[in-house]
Design a binder for this molecule. Structure first.
Ligand code: MSP
Length: 513
């Protein structure tokens, strides 16, 4: 049986249109999902939209719409963007769906049955844009410490979750599962926060109506995070026998650093209370700035991922986002940086390797890979490198170190480029006695390129497929099992290579100014 692998993106608020930050998480998850499929896992890759709450209610009011109309409109933007960016999600959950609402109510009943819910009264500061409750001491100069905007004082009857009961169990879980919170710097931050002791958490509101009513007291609406976090189990149909495939507990929740506390404190506490197993890992990535500045509507510098893909290409954009910044750290998007990556890494290194290999095979052997004598030391070194890179990529992908996986792949690409320069096929071609050697050089390059196409596929599905076909690969590269390939002879003798246009056309830096 295939090993299940369950990964999730956050569900995105529908009061905003998709931007580069949303695309980042989703593309990272997509690369991992594609990779895990190619490693033989049965993958469930979930994304979706977070549609309830005051923020959405307000945005709809401003647009003169009902909240559901706003949601229906914006959800389409997300869906078509993911399609365009070749995102292979298994499911798309909307929190306004019946399956989700039912799961939230059932989950609440379990938490309540465990004695973790009580009705109390709530008075605190609240940041509407962040949907977060804040204590007096958390405020920064009287404003929200995260976004800097003004906060509101709220006092109302509210249901509470006994979060305070979970301080010790959570600390125990972090201690027993050192890899639960990634990267490690984030783990320390959360452990210190929980060590301070946890306050009970308000989980209902009576001041707005756009949400899921609490069973038994419908005047109360679930606090948006109690509702939203449950998407991870509601999409599986967890309470209606939907976990037969064994996807829960999730292998990894990929999120941005701003929503770490919700995922590593509240969410596991809710799960402990409801008696469900806890996710294996939560990975918080960093934030993108744009040309050195914070991305914001008021600055007018919000980057639309769809236009980015139109301008530079889908593969190019996917590559840039995952290569440019170590996953977990903050990064900066700039035109110069993406053009630089495209022209140097993609066009010069990878694209050029593909085109020079294919054109030499055409020039010297009429496009055919020939039967060759036993590999020499240089060819063996290349094969060794390809095998090492396959193993390295695996290690890095398991650690969500996408940029390191790509750096490893590029080491192979560079080694093949260097091997060509050192073997000098153009010199060998002048001497008929070297014909066997020349054929061996061409075969070694084609073999290594095929491995590169396999490893590139999760990141750059279009170029990888094009290269795969050019190398005579059968079917789609995405359907291959990486472990079934060994570099030696993976492009078998007799294969005819197809000429292709440039995998990654160069971008005229001047035209971009
Ligand atoms: N709805 C909640 C998540 C609920 S999950 C149960 C939410 N939605 S969001 O649409 O505001 O944000 C979704 C994700 O986008 C977050 O992980 C956030 O970190 C990420 N990003 C928002 N701006 C970003 C950047 N500028 N850079 C990178 N990621 C950013 O939060």
């Amino acid at each position: 049986m295939k090993k299940p692998f369950y990964l999730t993106t956050p569900i995105y608020y529908v009061n905003d249109v998709p931007h580069i930050g949303h695309a980042y998480t989703t593309i990272a998850c997509d690369a991992l999902a594609r990779y895990k499929r190619m490693k033989g896992c049965s993958v469930f890759f979930l994304t979706g939209t977070d549609e309830h709450g005051l923020k959405v209610e307000k945005a709809a009011g401003e647009a003169g719409e009902q909240p559901i109309e706003l949601a229906d409109r914006v959800v389409q933007r997300f869906r078509s963007l993911w399609e365009k960016l070749l995102v292979t999600n298994t499911d798309f959950i909307r929190t306004t769906e019946t399956r989700h609402k039912e799961a939230v109510r059932e989950f609440f009943r379990r938490v309540e049955a465990n004695g973790d819910v009580y009705l109390g009264s709530y008075e605190d500061w609240y940041c509407v844009p962040c949907e977060s409750f804040l204590t007096e001491t958390q405020l920064s100069g009287g404003a929200c410490p995260d976004c800097g905007r003004p906060v509101e004082k709220l006092k109302e009857e509210s249901y509470f979750f006994r979060l305070s009961r979970y301080t010790e169990p959570l600390l125990q879980y972090y201690a027993d599962n050192p890899d639960f919170i990634q990267p490690p710097s984030r783990r320390n931050e959360i452990v210190s926060f929980v060590k301070e002791g946890l306050r009970d958490l308000s989980i209902s509101r009576t001041t707005f109506s756009w949400g899921i009513p609490i069973p038994g007291n419908e005047r109360h609406i679930f606090y948006v995070w109690f509702d939203a976090l449950l998407n991870y189990v509601s999409a599986l149909g967890y309470f209606s026998g939907g976990n037969e495939a064994g996807f829960w507990p999730a292998d990894v929740h990929v999120i941005g650093k701003d929503i770490l506390r919700f995922h590593t404190v509240y969410w596991p506490a809710f799960l402990l209370s409801a008696g469900l197993p806890l996710p294996k890992k939560v990975f918080a990535h960093g934030w993108w700035t744009i040309e050195g500045k914070k991305m914001s509507k008021s600055l007018g510098n919000v980057v639309d991922p769809g236009s980015l893909a139109d301008e530079y290409g889908i593969d190019q954009m996917r590559y840039f986002l995952l290569r440019e910044v170590p996953f977990g750290l903050d990064g900066d998007y700039s035109r110069q940086a993406i053009v630089g990556r495209i022209n140097s890494d993609l066009a010069n290194d990878f694209g050029n390797l593909a085109s020079r290999t294919i054109s030499m095979v055409h020039k010297y052997f009429d496009g055919e890979i020939r039967q060759v004598p036993a590999a020499g030391p240089a060819e063996l070194r290349l094969q060794e490198k390809a095998r090492a890179v396959i193993a390295e990529v695996d290690r890095h992908m398991n650690g969500l170190a996408f940029n390191k996986a790509l750096v490893a792949l590029w080491e192979l690409v560079s080694m093949v480029n260097k091997y060509i320069d050192e073997s000098a096929p153009w010199v060998l071609a002048k001497d008929p006695a070297q014909s066997g050697h020349l054929a061996a050089v061409m075969a070694a390059c084609a073999d290594a390129l095929k491995i590169a196409a396999l490893l590139a596929a999760p990141f750059m599905p279009l170029a990888a497929q094009k290269l795969w076909e050019a190398l005579g690969g059968a079917g789609t590269v995405a359907d291959q099992q990486i472990d079934e390939f060994d570099v030696a002879g993976c492009v078998p003798p007799g294969t005819r290579l197809q000429k292709i246009s440039a995998l990654f056309p160069r971008i005229q830096a001047d035209a971009q100014a």
